[in-house]
Design a protein around this ligand. Structure first.
Ligand code: ZN
Length: 217
């Protein structure tokens, strides 16, 4: 029986960090997007890499059994359980204040018009004033990690369906876990890890809290 070492509820649009030693397991439980990044606790410059993970696995979505690779191709963590019915995003970056400012500045372009219509955005204030980048920055503030060194994340519970023409369709709403029945993903640490995460506000500010558990195995 695994022993619970730590439990934390990360409030909407905020971030936190967790030490997960080699062999320990972290569970991320939620309903809405959670941006998830990993650093090697023993050498913080080594960090999770979206591109290396996709290239090494030769696929663009990860689930149970899949490892997460660092920039230098070391396995940092392995997904050992995944109850989400959709697929976790490995394309999209991280939301931030500047990302929303840029979206707003580009509101007349077709791609952004599509998203804004989808999300009911009619003014800048309809979008969050800060996001996952700032949240993770705050989450790892006790470690010597420069904001510029925060890697692109694994976006848990964020199904971005890739169309044959290359466009991404947001299918999150179709795959939301039912109230009272959150989805969870468990990661086993394959090295000593520092996990940074953010309970994403999502574009329409409906992002919910994320429940995090660390187990000894
Ligand atoms: Zn976000």
């Amino acid at each position: 029986m695994a022993k619970l070492l730590k439990e934390e509820l990360v409030p909407p649009n905020s971030g936190s960090s967790f030490v997960v030693k080699k062999g320990q397991r972290i569970r991320i439980e939620g309903y809405t997007t959670c941006d998830f990044v990993v650093f090697n606790l023993d050498q913080l410059w080594e960090r999770f890499d979206q591109a290396r993970t996709k290239a090494n696995l030769v696929k663009v979505y990860v689930t149970t059994g899949d490892p997460l690779f660092s920039k230098i191709n070391n396995i940092m963590m392995t997904i050992v359980e995944d109850t989400y019915k959709g697929k976790h995003d490995l394309q999209y970056g991280m939301c931030s204040r500047t990302k929303r400012d840029v979206d707003w500045a580009r509101r007349d372009t077709p791609a952004i018009q599509y998203w804004f219509k989808e999300w009911g955005i009619t003014k800048r204030e309809d979008m969050p004033m800060h996001g996952c980048y700032e949240n993770i920055m705050a989450g790892v503030r006790d470690y010597p990690v420069l904001p510029i060194d925060i890697p692109s994340p694994l976006n848990l519970f964020q199904y971005m369906d890739i169309q044959p023409d290359g466009r991404m369709i947001d299918r999150r709403h179709e795959f939301r876990p039912e109230p009272g029945k959150p989805a969870h993903v468990d990661f086993r640490a394959e090295m000593n890890c520092l996990v940074g995460l953010s309970a994403c506000p999502e574009t329409n500010m409906k992002g919910q809290a994320v429940h995090v558990y660390v187990f000894d195995e």
